[in-house]
Design a protein around this ligand. Sequence first.
Ligand SMILES: Cc1ncc(C[n+]2csc(CCOP(=O)(O)OP(=O)(O)O)c2C)c(N)n1
Ligand SMILES: [Mg+2]
Length: 342
Amino acid sequence: MGLREAIQGEQAEPVDSSDPILAAYRWMLTARLLDERLAAMYRAGSIYGGVFLGKGQEALSVALGQALCSSDIYAPLIRDGAGRLAFGESIHDALRNCLGSPKGPMQARDGNVHRGRPKEGYLPMLSHLGAMISVVGGMLMARRIKGVSMGVGATCIGDGGTSTGAFHEAINLAAVEKLPLVIVVANNHYAYSTPTSKQFACDSLVDKAIGYGVEGHCVDGTDLIDCQKVIGKAVDNARSGKGPQLVVGELLRLCGHGEHDDAQYIDKALKSSSKGRDCMEVAENYLISTHQVPAQQLIEIRDAALQAIEVAVEAVSLESPPQVVNYDWCALATRRLADPPR
Ligand SMILES: Cc1ncc(C[n+]2csc(CCOP(=O)(O)OP(=O)(O)O)c2C)c(N)n1
Ligand SMILES: [Mg+2]
């Protein structure tokens, strides 16, 4: 059973397979509005820990979530709200993690970033910095050894994450094993406040692909249409036996590292360059001027997304808090967490 079937009834939006561009826009917008709502709740003191947003990365993120099938493996990172919705996560589940509801996929153990449903091939991240590549690679190897259909395994990483040993070891082994693995790098030009010039010396991150013997692709991460085309091709390549694919999206994080960070260190020239474009505005302009979608329809999509978020906020806020004293602190791998109660 895929994620979408497992959470039936709580999806953000129905899938509009007749128009994948409009479907992607819905998920991007819902993710952006949900992020804004989470930031407001964090500032109001309703969310403990951190809140990390994906503002500016929605086009790249959604294109991967949308290119996958429900039987594939998907390991998103902290800025992948749009991809999560496209893969089938519900707004309710996203909120449950942040608000500490035991009905959430991680049963109130974790904050907004570590959430998933492993049984459905939707993995909670261990770390932002490269750990998930080897987890996805390991799951693909397990499927191969068991002789079950492998599908595609996909994960995301930041520019900073590509400098870690975890990244190197995992992509190297995936290449040797010719795994159907897609790694999407969101090059937002900063790892927290460290610029790319202090992270690596190659001209472009995609240059790393050839060193590992994998296929590399560049994409304008601010352009939904380009993201859908390039990531769609990378996923098709992996599915048809061409081995691991590395996709590097150029964009900018349009917010701080987390909501505690004002991002004043981001270079002004970069902000006003094409990399600093807001992918939501780029998508809206395309939808209206080229895709012939009436502006009124976009307003209706926004209203519907806002309403869906408010309905979910109200419902999840009423869910009982965890009874920590009586809680059975069994490990993640046990059946109870892998299959949370509905
Ligand atoms: C081993 C380790 N060191 C440091 C951190 C703290 N940390 C989390 S994300 C991050 C920056 C990651 O930058 P990048 O990979 O470019 O991703 P981005 O935040 O830009 O999406 C850091 C330093 C961590 N989680 N794990
Ligand atoms: Mg970064």
